[in-house]
Design a protein around this ligand. Sequence first.
Ligand SMILES: C[S@@+](CC[C@H](N)C(=O)[O-])C[C@H]1O[C@@H](n2cnc3c(N)ncnc32)[C@H](O)[C@@H]1O
Length: 157
Amino acid sequence: MIKLDERLAACAALVRRGSSVADIGTDHALLPVFLWQSGWTDIIATDIKPGPLESARKNIEKYSADIKLVLSDGFENLPPRDDIIIAGMGGETIAEILAGCRHKDENTRFILQPMTKQDRLRRSLDELGFNIVHEHNTYERTKVYTIIYARYMGEKF
Ligand SMILES: C[S@@+](CC[C@H](N)C(=O)[O-])C[C@H]1O[C@@H](n2cnc3c(N)ncnc32)[C@H](O)[C@@H]1O
C-alpha cells in the first residue's frame, strides 16, 4: 500500500468514497494509485505533459492499478467527474484550469491544493462562482500546505 505524504493524504481524505475521480496534473500518480488501492474504481489521471504521464504510467504498472491516463490541458479531454483533485501547482495555474472547466455542477467536489498564491486562487474562486466549503492546513516539518474543498454555486450576477 502506498504511503502518501501529509499533503496528498489530506487531499485523499476529502475524496468521497465510491466517487468517479480525476486527478488533474497527476505527475507521479501517487494519489490515484492510493485511491485505487483503497477501493475506488473509476479514476482518471491527467497531465499536460507526456513526461509526467510516463512517470504516472510507471507507477500505475508497478502497483497493477486500473487507472485511465489522459494527456490533457486542464479539463480539455476530461469527461464529467464527481470529485476533482488539482494539487501541487501554483494558485494561478489552478485558477486558470478551473476557468476552463465546462462541466460545472453543484454536486462536483473540487479539491484544490495550491503551493503558492493561495489568495489569488480564493479570489478567482469567488469570481468564477465557486464557494469554499472547507479549508484547512496540513503540516510537514517546516512547511504549511493549504487544502481547499470548493463547490460551483452558479454564475455571479
Ligand atoms: C508539481 S506536479 C504536482 C503533482 C501532484 N499533483 C502532486 O500534488 O504531488 C504539477 C503537475 O501539474 C502538471 N500541470 C501543470 N499545468 C497543467 C494543466 N494545465 N493541465 C494538466 N496538468 C498540468 C505539470 O505537468 C506537473 O506534472
